[in-house]
Design a protein around this ligand. Sequence first.
Ligand code: SF4
Length: 413
Amino acid sequence: MTAPGVRVRAAFEGPVHHVYVHVPFCRAKCDYCDFASTAVGDAPDGALLKRFVEGVAAEWERERATHDVRRLHTLYLGGGTPSLLGPERLERMLELFRPFLTPGAEITVEANPEDVDEAFAAWAAAAPVAGGAGAGRGLRVSLGAQSFSPELREGLGRRAQADPAEAFRRLRDAGASNLSLDLMFGIPGQTAVDLEEDIAVVRALRPDHVSWYELGVASGTPLAARLEAPFVAREPAGTAASPPEGSTPLEPPGEDARADMYRRIVQALSRAGYDWYEVSNFAVPGRKARHNLAYWRAPPYLGLGPGAVSTIGGRRWTNVPDPATWAAALAAGARPPRDVEDLDEATRARERLLLAARCGARVSLAELAAILDVGAVGPLAAAGLVSLHSGTIRVTRKGRYVAGAVCVRLFRD
Ligand code: SF4
C-alpha cells in the first residue's frame, strides 16, 4: 500500500521543467578533473565562445520543440567554467530561456573566483531571473572554492589562485543574495586542522548554501598519477626514486580520517544553522538548491552543450564532448552526435533509489519492486539506516553517511 500523497511514478517521466547547460571551457585543467572541459587559457578566443553561445541557442530551439518544453522551473549553467563566458555572453544566453522561466524560477551560474570581478558581481546580483513584470532579480551563484588554503588548492592542481573568500565578498558587496560555496575534503595533504580553518572561513562568510564534496580521484587524471607515485612533484619534475629536496609525499587522508572529516563538516554546519539536506549539501532555511533537489527526485531533464547529458522518459543521451564537432553540427542545422542509452525498468528504479537516498526522500516500495531485496530491508531498518512508512522507504539521516552502501544492500543483485 502507498501512503496518501506519495506519488508513484517511474523515474524521469513527465514534462521537462529543468535545463542544464554545460559550458565546456576552463582557463586551465585542474589535476583531479575528468569533466568534459577544454583548457582555453586566460584569454580565450572570442570566436570560439561566440560559436558556443550560438550553438546553445540552436540546440535549445531544436530540443525545446522536440520535447515540447513550455515552462522551466530551474536553469543550471554548469561546467567547465560558465563564469569564463563573462556577463555579456551569459546574459545573451539567459535571454534565450527567460520567456520560459516561471515566476520564482531559479537560475544558477557556476563561477570560479578568478572570473568574479566587479562587472561579473554586479551583473550576477542584478540580472532578472524570469521574463515579465514582477520577475525577481539576482542569480544563484555557485562559487568553486575547493579550499581556502592556497597550498591545498595547489595540491589539487588548481592553477588559478584567486582568493575565493575575496570573490565571495565581492559578490555579497554587489548585492548577490543567493550564494553557494563549493568545497572539498579528503584533499591530499589536508589535516583536521586545515579542515577547521576552512570551516571557520565558511562560518565567517555565511554563504546561503554549501556543497562540500569528498574528493574523488578519477583514474587517468594527473592527480591519480601523482598519488600513485607520490614523490613526483608537479613542477619541477622529480622521480619516485629520488624525491625533490624538501618535498613531502602527497598523501590523501586515510579512510578513517576522511570519515571523521565528513562527520565534522555535518556537525559544524548543522550547529551553524545549516540544514544537511543532501549527502554533500547544506542550506540555510529557504536556500536549498531547487535544481538539485528536483534532480535528486529523478525528473526528466534536458542537457544542452558539448558533453551534456539528458534523460527524458526511458532514454538517456550524452552529447558529443568535443565543442567543435558539437558546434559544427548545429551550425549545419543538424543534431550533434550523441550516445543514446535506453533505460530499462530496473535501471530506472535503481537510479530512483540512489537519488532519493541522497536527500532522504521517500520512495514507494511498489516503484522499487523490480530491484529491491526485500530480505535486506528489515536488518537495515533495525540498524536505523532506513525507515519504512505506509508502503514507502527512505534512507535516514544516520544512513545518509553511507547512502551508497545502503542502496547496494537494498539492490537484489
Ligand atoms: S575548473 Fe572545474 S571543470 Fe574546470 S578543470 Fe577545474 S575542476 Fe574541472
